[in-house]
Design a protein around this ligand. Structure first.
Ligand code: ACM
Ligand code: ZN
Length: 237
């Protein structure tokens, strides 16, 4: 609440990302029954065949909507391995019942269900470019991170897009080649020149450009212990 208010006073809107159905290990540590195996695992995903997972998400998002007034809610969708869904009777049953051909479509089904729920509450979703894989609705906004190609495809299909390609916008990558002078972090290299070379309208016609809402710099903080280092990574890029 304090962050949202602090930002609002400065005309900034905070959009939360509540990650589904992968990248949720902290959830599984507390609620292992939401995993396909019923036991907590790492780098796994929600059991989307289990009605409890859907109930859990509705409850979490109800709290999120109370906290965040933003029109958009980011619901993740990236890097979901989906391997356990192939072996899980509940997930396979849900695929069969809904005529879904593969696990990509199962993820789409799940994301679109969350989207409908959020639309019903007056909000729109943002998802990482993986949400394109099994098909998306017209009202979803795509955040392109695995390069720009997902964002280009989404804009051509008439979906709104935020460009955050890791080729230009990942500010957790190092900014010099002199690694011995840089703090511990991702070993990838992203100099300032490359950041400023981003063309968010790449390959788009003037008509398609209107779907690009803007760009985002991602500063993931796995290797960032304090604000001093935040500034080191952020500036001047
Ligand atoms: C991402 O970096 N996995 C969006
Ligand atoms: Zn499952």
């Amino acid at each position: 609440r304090r962050i949202v208010a602090y930002a609002a006073e400065r005309f900034i809107e905070v959009i939360p990302e509540i990650e589904f159905p992968g990248h949720s290990d902290e959830v599984f540590a507390a609620y292992p029954e939401l995993c396909c195996s019923g036991r907590a695992y790492t780098s796994g995903e929600f059991c989307v065949g289990n009605p409890l997972s859907l109930k859990f998400m509705d409850e979490v998002l109800t709290e999120v909507l109370e906290l965040f007034p933003s029109k958009y809610i980011h619901i993740g969708g990236d890097e979901c391995p989906k391997a356990r869904w192939k072996e899980c009777p509940l997930c396979q049953r849900r695929m069969k019942e809904n005529g879904l051909k593969n696990e990509e479509e199962l993820q789409s089904y799940f994301m679109q269900r969350i989207e409908k729920w959020l639309n019903g509450h007056g909000r729109n979703i943002i998802g990482w470019d993986e949400i394109l894989q099994g098909g998306i609705s017209k009202t979803a906004t795509v955040m392109s991170w695995r390069g720009s190609k997902g964002g280009i495809a989404a804009a051509k299909a008439g979906n709104t897009v935020i460009m955050a390609p890791n080729t230009h916008c990942y500010l957790d990558y190092r900014q010099t080649r002199q690694q011995e002078f840089e703090p511990l972090g991702q070993v990838k290299y992203l100099p300032m020149r490359q950041v400023y070379a981003l063309d968010p309208y790449e390959q788009l016609t003037p008509d398609e450009r209107k779907y690009i809402l803007g760009v985002q710099g991602n500063l993931w903080t796995e290797y960032i212990p304090d604000f001093r280092q935040v500034k080191h990574m952020l500036l001047p890029r």
